[in-house]
Write a protein that binds this ligand. Structure first.
Ligand SMILES: Cc1cc2nc3c(=O)[nH]c(=O)nc-3n(C[C@H](O)[C@H](O)[C@H](O)COP(=O)(O)OP(=O)(O)OC[C@H]3O[C@@H](n4cnc5c(N)ncnc54)[C@H](O)[C@@H]3O)c2cc1C
Length: 408
């Protein structure tokens, strides 16, 4: 396949390129927000986020009224590719990519006016609050209780493992509004003020990123904070996942990481020779280059298909995110092996090389839960991508018994 970008698309790419090259320090490394992210880094990203937001760069596909640039699908893909290349770590990503898009679809005019500009301007931080101690992959099991009382709702219960890239302003929260079988028909989605009385937070730093547990103790939520329809929250959550799992910028970030790794291998010497001359390291770099290329083509195919959806129908589910999760642990191990013992050192050590990124990648690669586990993403691909039949619910009992039988 041979394709080119139009002159206007190239200009747009240059505009984004110029913004980041002017605003990021020249020695900036695209490390992402690992658990070591400091308050200083957070403040840096918040400031830059607001600058980008003032230009409509955080939500380029949204209309100008909502604080975006009104770009077409393909223009957005160009934009995402260039901005992801720089390894941006926006604290407001959850709002921009996960909670904001469904707000466009299901929100009332009043909700859109109230919430979208804060996300687009980079001022508000949203958390996506779905997971609970007994509801992860099985979203239908949500039990955070919500009852109506006069002109508001009252929430009681707990959320856990919620990605928290900074202090939250709003919580995009699934709660049980009706006890009904099937369970997924009794769940609703709420836009909750993160500072409401009765909400408390506890830190849960994971191998990859910082997460939080959240407790709701008689939290009052005004009635106009229900998103979409009462008891249809499960379906709204599934639409939210569609937005969460699309990854057009992934290849660009991986390309930059690869370039930085090649540069490191060029400079770093072992037994008097640059690492780049070591056959095992060359093997690793070649594997990575192939993967970046495949992921790039996959991302552009998805973006193009999406832009042609009126003619071609909805695009097949995106496999790039799943692929990245599956190979990331192997890639991190290869990198640690290639670097010898220095690959084991964390970024805090004065002896660490490549800024401790090998150890960081290894830790992050173990954390494959966000956005659905590998098994759950395979189920989605099997059903929606390959059209395979679901296992009939009548076998659930036998499957559970078999799992318990082997002590899982
Ligand atoms: C770093 C991190 C960030 C996160 N951020 C957020 C966030 O921002 N918001 C949020 O709401 N949640 C978040 N989560 C939670 C995440 O979404 C859940 O961990 C995930 O949905 C899985 O749920 P669980 O951990 O309860 O595992 P379970 O659902 O209990 O699953 C346990 C194991 O069983 C497997 N399994 C489950 N069902 C099936 C099935 N039908 N077939 C085959 N295997 C199955 C799973 O793959 C998994 O390996 C985060 C988690 C982590 C680790």
């Amino acid at each position: 396949m041979d394709f080119r970008f139009t002159e206007e698309q190239e200009e747009l790419r240059k505009e984004v390129h110029d913004f980041f090259s002017e605003n990021l320090p020249s020695d900036f490394e695209s490390r992402g927000s690992g658990p070591g992210t400091t308050m200083e880094q957070f403040k840096f990203w918040m400031e830059l986020q607001k600058k980008a937001g003032a230009k409509g760069y955080l939500t380029p596909g949204w209309s100008k009224d909502s604080g975006g640039l009104g770009l077409t699908d393909m223009e957005q893909a160009v934009f995402m590719e260039e901005s992801s290349y720089w390894g941006t770590s926006w604290p407001g990503t959850m709002g921009q990519r996960i909670c904001g898009p469904p707000l466009h679809v299901f929100g009332t005019e009043e909700q859109k006016k109230r919430f979208l500009p804060g996300i687009a301007k980079g001022e508000a931080i949203w958390y996506q609050c779905f997971t609970e101690p007994d509801a992860g992959s099985d979203e239908a099991n949500v039990s955070l209780r919500c009852v109506e009382e006069g002109d508001h709702y009252v929430l009681n219960g707990q959320k856990t493992f919620i990605t928290s890239p900074g202090p939250a302003d709003y919580l995009y929260t699934l709660a049980r509004t009706q006890d009904i079988i099937p369970k997924h028909r009794g769940i609703s989605l709420f836009l909750v003020d993160a500072h409401s009385p009765g909400i408390s937070y506890g830190a849960l730093p994971t191998l990859g990123i910082f997460t939080t547990e959240i407790f709701f103790d008689n939290v009052k939520v005004p009635k106009d904070r229900l998103l979409g329809e009462l008891n249809r929250g499960f379906y709204h959550a599934m639409v939210t996942f569609e937005f969460e799992r699309s990854t057009t910028g992934a290849a660009a970030g991986a390309r930059r990481n690869l370039q930085e790794l090649i540069e490191f291998c060029r400079q770093e010497k072992r037994n008097g020779q640059p690492l780049l001359k070591d056959p095992a390291v060359r093997d690793l770099l070649a594997d990575r280059a192939i993967e970046v290329e495949l992921s790039w083509l996959q991302g552009w195919f998805a973006a193009w298909h999406f832009s042609q959806r009126d003619k071609l129908g909805s695009p097949p589910p995106e496999a790039g995110g799943l692929h990245a999760k599956v190979v990331s642990a192997d890639r991190a191990k290869q990198l640690i092996d290639a670097m010898g013992l220095y690959g084991q050192l964390r970024s805090g050590s004065k002896y660490s090389k490549y800024s401790g990124r090998a150890a960081q990648q290894w830790l992050s690669s173990r954390s494959t839960h966000p956005g659905g586990t590998i098994e759950v993403q395979k189920i989605v691909l099997a059903g929606r991508g390959l059209g395979l039949p679901r296992i009939p619910a009548k076998f659930n009992k036998e499957i559970r018994a078999a799992i318990e039988g082997v002590g899982v």
